[in-house]
Design a protein around this ligand. Structure first.
Ligand code: P1T
Length: 398
């Protein structure tokens, strides 16, 4: 319902959409903040006469409908569906497919996504091929008669590789395959895959959209009504929907997304430049560095900034562990995209379930640390990283 109204105000800029879409002052009270609608069920005026389309909160909820309007607005999409987590959104997307279908997945994905594909969906007869999504020829070669979807992240988690979304979408259209892009790392502030030809965008709103490490959520956005209706059916039939309070909190967070992303990008660039300059890291992965192989594509595809994630290979596990021990401001934890900086050790944490050969092929080693650079004062972050790098060097020298 509300999500369908979004196209009417396309003239507004991103920050305006993030603050106003779906959030007109309440019709009866004038309340400026959205009303938190906790009711699980709604009085119907007669048989087949629900008011405003609301029957039961798993299927539709007014606060969730408001959130879905703003979520659609962020990606300039016609439709959005909110879910209880990023993986629940992925399950909604995967509900489109049946046994015997083949899916091409990028070879560098959040470990939980790969785990869902390998350990859950494979049991139901859906086949997966993991292909380097930065290589168009390899993608095309992997398309089989039963291929239904190309699924990729850009930038990827954790190697921060970029696929050329427009080129992949042209390939997908030519070969009659859907393209879905997990846009969690970039956020719609920096990159809007639907505008580049993707059919569906997925978000873990647990990350930058939530922005404060206090909401688990997910979303699917699309311009295709047929897909939206299937996702809506999945919300109702399977039920992995967010609570009204989580929807409310997420709307509140999204209002500052543009501001936060500016600062995440500024700080991450400074951190990446510092790490590279220090000469103490074996490798620094950040698409904003001119030395990065995806830098030219990043400038085109993410013109407003290169995101808040930086990965760094310190050479080995001993260095990584010594580095982690020295961290205070960078909290050693999974997840990303919050205002506070986090450091993660993908080998043992987010990507432990990915087969070792697949990890090593990507450069996902035991020396790799993934930094989610927050919005603190960048000098403090860099001072801390300088200390941690020295500790890493001492660890291997002794
Ligand atoms: O955690 P959840 O909200 O279910 O979202 C899953 C997910 C999907 N896509 C990407 C790119 C992700 O990074 C994630 C979750 N990632 C982490 C928890 C992490 O630390 O990488």
């Amino acid at each position: 319902m509300h999500a369908e109204q979004t196209h009417r105000d396309r003239a507004f800029g991103f920050a305006t959409r993030a603050i106003h879409y779906g959030q007109e002052p309440d019709a009866t009270t004038g309340a400026v903040a959205p009303i938190l609608s906790l009711a699980t069920t709604y009085k119907q005026d007669g048989v087949n006469q629900p008011r405003g389309g609301f029957e039961y909160s798993r299927a539709q909820n007014p606060t969730r409908a408001q959130l879905e309007t703003v979520l659609a607005g962020l990606e300039n999409a016609e439709f959005a569906n909110a879910f209880a987590s990023g993986l629940a959104a992925l399950a909604g997307l995967m509900s489109l497919f049946a046994p015997g279908d083949h899916i091409i997945a990028g070879d560098d994905l959040y470990g939980g996504t790969a785990r869902y594909f390998d350990q859950v969906l494979s049991k139901y007869g859906i086949e997966f091929s993991y292909i380097d999504a930065t290589n168009l020829d390899a993608l095309e070669r992997a398309i089989a008669p039963n291929t239904k979807l190309i699924y990729l992240e850009s930038p990827t988690n954790p190697m921060l590789r970029l696929a050329d979304i427009r080129a992949v979408s042209e390939l997908a259209k030519r070969r009659n395959v859907l393209l879905a892009v997990d846009n969690t790392f970039a956020t719609p502030y920096l990159q809007r895959p639907l505008e580049l030809g993707a059919d569906v965008v997925l978000h873990s709103s647990t990350k930058y959209l939530g922005g404060h490490s206090d909401i688990v959520g997910g979303a699917l956005m699309t311009n295709r009504r047929d897909l939206y209706e299937k996702f809506q059916f999945h919300q109702k039939a399977v039920g992995a929907v967010p609570s009204p309070f989580d929807c409310w909190l997420l709307m509140r967070s999204i209002k500052t997304l543009a501001l936060r992303m500016e600062k995440h990008c500024e700080n991450a660039l400074a951190v990446a430049q510092f790490l590279e300059r220090s000469g103490a890291a074996k490798k620094v992965y950040y698409p904003g560095l001119p030395s990065n192989p995806f830098h030219e594509l990043a400038k085109r595809q993410m013109p407003k900034g290169f995101g808040g994630m930086v990965s760094v290979d310190l050479g080995g596990r001993a260095e990584a562990e010594a580095f982690i021990k020295e961290l205070r401001l960078f909290i050693f934890a999974e997840s990303l995209g919050g205002v506070e900086s986090l450091a993660c050790f993908p080998w043992e944490m987010t990507h432990a379930s990915v087969p070792i050969e697949r990890r090593l092929k990507l450069g996902l080693t035991e020396g790799l640390i993934r930094l989610s650079v927050g919005i603190e004062d960048k000098e403090d972050l860099i001072n801390e990283l300088e200390r941690a790098l020295s500790a890493a060097q001492v660890a291997v020298a002794t």
